[in-house]
Design a protein around this ligand. Structure first.
Ligand code: ADP
Ligand code: ASP
Ligand code: MG
Length: 808
């Protein structure tokens, strides 16, 4: 079993290690890595000393101190002095080497390798003494390396023979340090590379035919993706060797990549366990392939440090040996390649390497192909840096068609650009390269769309927390748990903005007290700042919800849609603006695969636009529409009586919250015109607001002055109005403010309807729409109900949001 850095990095971890080992019944070999962070600190101290920086002494002291504290806490009392003595001897040697380095400023790899070996040297002494009856072994005496391609690689024949020799007698507990090795010929200290303790343990397990290799670390097992980058990962219970190899090869740093090979060849299962939670099941890695085909992909791994080297030129087409030369050159220079992508036309080959290797790779390849470049057969060899590589892994991918399509479709829909991609013929891995800044988003969308997570996430920004916006947040808060349980949908409100403040929290805002939170933690808001924040967050599956009536916010939609954020608008200003703008927004959303929805622009929560779309999509044609679309005007005409005059009824509509803040927007028919224009456009007619003929009932001069003037003078209309009303009632009729569209011709105006007309009995602030189509001809389709009010409007917005989620 091997205990990683974090496990032995704290007193709690070490005590846990002691308990785990002492509870073992079989004989065990314990491989220990350095206390967490110590290897990094040793590299740092070496750099400081070799730069002649005296601060190396402080760093050295802090390491010594940390080890002394650990010894005092975990070693049995009777052995403490003895262990302190042993460890101090080690530190003394280290101090001498550092002093030498400080004086002569030599930075040969030999010295650095010696210095960094002290981490494991010391920690293994501590662990060997903390555990009862444990015998300590020096790994440099049996893990042997040879120098190949600028790297130390394990000399297996020698190593295996030495291990068998050293461990011939079975101690109950043997302890050795991981990571450290020594050169087969010179005996100089070397190491197996960063994270190499895992490898040490695997080498020992394979050489001695162990029954199992246990890797004890600080996570419950192999997670579906790097838990430091995304939050909704979970532990994978079982992996095949090939899946584990693909996952860790590709940067899922739970285990050091070469670890799997030795145990795979011997068919020794590996279990990853958490020192801090030993009861968790962990991840079991074995030869067994999982039969369950419900999950095509098992895990996602990623490297955020990628450069792509591209070799381009028509002279490469059909020429044999180019690839051989590329890889030979890179190998000779110790550059490891983890992704290759070449189109069948063969005129470009792209190679993924680590950022630190990119400069050298370009240099050596340019040298190798100097002649071809001079002759123009190869145009150029260049690198793109600061990229990231992502791989999806799973044995079942080969049995499931459409995985690549789904992967790239999902990425495209979220605006993630794929720079290069590769799929091995084994079909256990599809990898692609993208911008580093898109990495988090990419991992999230893939995780989400392959249903690796128990739920799907929709990230919502709500702008405007007036009556509709705050009602919406209230409804979301109430519905969140149910959507999660019944629909596997997590609605995550990640941004809230009022006209003054804005707040953005990637993990989601608690809707219990968002107002206080916004007031205390919010930044000053403006449309531009909101847009900037949303785009910068670059969050996946996101929806921008506009509950304002603001022109500046409506002007943001284009940029948002372009950046793959869907838009749900209660705000009518965009959909009723110029036809050109309306059309552009629709076109962008189609192109980007996101949605621009505005059901509540007409008839609040009534499903008018959705119904029209369904009719049209199924091949029907909308010929005519007649509608009462103003809740305010309908309320006014239903309220006026001999006692309640026109001006009073207007005031009542405002006080009841039906009218726009400035009721003239309703009285002038402007609001109805906007709605009619939107309906006509959705019906397929390219109408502008100016095209609508208006037959108003309030003379224009009342709309010209200020709002204050209006309130002062509006009662002048009362008597005349009452006279007309009395006549109307005597004739058994009622007034309705009706919007009509017939084959694209639009009109709004006051109409008198008798008791046989479907509009006659329209109560309160209700709306009604009659839709005449090719199919609904003799008897038009009728939609009727509340046409205004915060809760129904908010519900309509909510339903638009849900329709974006595409619930399972
Ligand atoms: P140790 O010190 O025990 O050797 P490492 O730091 O080498 O541990 O590896 C464990 C760490 O790997 C975890 O703490 C986690 O941050 C990281 N990690 C990266 N990808 C994954 C993944 N897919 N599943 C689990 N852990 C991961
Ligand atoms: N201590 C070494 C490192 O930090 C090896 C290991 O942790 O496995 O790289
Ligand atoms: Mg490790």
């Amino acid at each position: 079993m091997k205990f990683g850095g974090t496990s032995v990095g704290s007193v709690q971890g070490l005590l846990s290690v002691k308990k785990i080992v002492e509870a073992q019944e079989e004989s065990v070999i314990v491989v220990v890595s350095a206390l967490s962070g110590i290897t990094d600190q040793l590299y740092k101290v070496a750099t400081l000393a070799s730069n002649g920086d005296e601060n190396y002494l402080n760093e050295y002291q802090s390491m010594l101190q940390r080890h002394i504290e650990v010894i005092n806490a975990v070693v049995p009392e009777n052995k403490i002095n003895n262990v302190l003595e042993l460890v101090k001897i080690q530190f003394n040697d280290l101090s001498n080497i550092l002093r030498g380095l400080f004086l002569i400023k030599d930075t040969s790899p030999k010295i650095i390798d010696t210095i960094v070996s002290y981490g494991e040297s010391v920690s293994s002494i501590i662990v060997a003494n903390a555990i009862e009856d444990a015998v300590h072994f020096e790994s440099k005496n049996f893990i042997k390396t040879i120098h190949q391609f600028d790297k130390h690689v394990v000399d297996f024949p020698t190593t295996n023979a030495l291990i068998k020799e050293r461990f011939v007698k079975k101690n109950k507990v043997s302890v050795c340090g991981g990571f450290i090795s020594s050169d087969s010929t010179t005996n100089y200290i070397t190491n197996l590379g960063r994270g190499g303790s895992d490898y040490t343990a695997a080498i020992l397990a394979a050489a001695l035919n162990a029954s199992i290799l246990e890797i004890w670390t600080d996570v419950d097992g192999f997670m579906t993706a790097d838990p430091r980058i995304i939050s909704n990962t979970y532990v994978i219970e079982k992996l095949s060797f090939s899946e584990a190899m693909e996952l860790c090869n590709f940067g899922a740093k739970v285990i050091y990549p070469p670890t799997i090979f030795p145990v795979f060849h011997k068919n020794i299962p590996v279990i990853i366990k958490n020192t801090f939670n030993p009861d968790a099941k962990g991840t079991y890695i074995s030869q067994e392939k999982e039969r369950e085909v419900s999950k095509a992909i098992k895990g996602i791994s990623s490297i955020n440090d990628t450069s792509l080297i591209t070799i381009q030129g028509l002279g490469m087409v059909g020429v044999i040996g180019v690839n051989y030369r590329i890889f030979r050159t890179l190998a000779k220079n110790g550059i490891s390649v983890f992704l290759v992508s070449q189109a069948s036309s063969e005129n470009t080959t792209s190679i993924g390497v680590r950022n630190t290797d990119s400069e050298l790779a370009v240099k050596v390849l340019r040298n190798e192909f100097e002649a071809e470049i001079a002759q123009g057969e190869i145009d150029n060899i260049f690198s793109e840096d600061d990229l990231a590589t992502v791989a999806i892994v799973g044995d079942n991918m080969k049995r499931t068609p459409g995985i690549a399509g789904k992967l790239f479709g999902t990425l495209g829909k979220n605006g993630i650009n794929v720079i290069a991609c590769a799929q091995g013929a084994s079909e256990t891995n599809i990898s692609f390269v993208t911008d580093r800044k898109s990495l988090r988003k990419a991992l999230n969308v893939i995780h989400d769309s392959f249903f690796l997570s128990e739920y799907q996430v929709l990230n919502v920004f709500v702008v405007g927390i007036g009556t509709v916006g705050s009602n919406l947040l209230e409804q979301i808060k109430k519905q969140q748990p149910k959507l999660m349980v019944q629909n596997g949908l997590k609605l995550n409100v990640v941004g809230i903005a009022s006209s003054k403040k804005m707040l953005f929290v990637r993990e989601g805002i608690d809707l219990e007290n968002y107002r206080e939170n916004l007031n205390t933690n919010g930044l000053d808001a403006s449309a531009a700042k909101i847009c900037q924040e949303v785009l910068q967050m670059n969050i996946f599956n996101s929806v921008f919800v506009d509950c304002t009536a603001n022109q500046d916010i409506a002007a943001l939609y284009q940029a948002l849609l372009e950046n793959n954020t869907s838009v749900v608008a209660a705000n009518k200003l965009a959909a009723s603006s110029s036809f050109k703008n309306y059309n552009t927004l629709k076109e962008i959303s189609r192109r980007k695969g996101v949605k621009f929805l505005f059901e509540t622009n007409v008839g609040a929560g009534l499903p008018i636009i959705n119904t029209m779309n369904s009719l049209i999509n199924s091949g029907d044609h909308i010929q005519k529409m007649q509608a009462v679309l103003s809740g305010t005007l309908n309320f006014i005409f239903n309220t006026i009586s001999s006692e309640i005059k026109l001006s009073k009824a207007i005031l009542m509509a405002k006080e009841a919250g039906f009218s726009e803040p400035d009721p003239r927007i309703d009285l002038s028919g402007k609001d109805v015109v906007r709605k009619l224009v939107i309906l006509a456009r959705e019906a397929g007619y390219p109408v502008e607001q100016e095209d609508v003929i208006k037959k108003l009932f309030i003379p224009d001069k009342y709309f010209e002055g200020s709002l204050e003037d209006f309130w002062k003078t509006v009662s002048d209309l009362d008597d005349d109005f009452e006279e007309k009303r009395a006549k109307l009632v005597a004739n058994g009729k009622r007034w309705r403010f009706v919007a009509t569209m017939e084959m694209g011709h639009c009109e709004v105006g006051l109409q008198e309807v008798d008791s046989l007309h479907p509009f006659y009995d329209l109560q309160g602030s209700n709306n009604i729409v009659l839709i005449t189509t090719e199919r609904y001809n003799e008897y038009p389709m009728m939609i009727k109900g509340y046409g205004a009010g915060a809760s129904v409007t908010a519900a309509g917005v909510f339903s638009d949001i849900i329709s974006i989620a595409n619930i399972r």
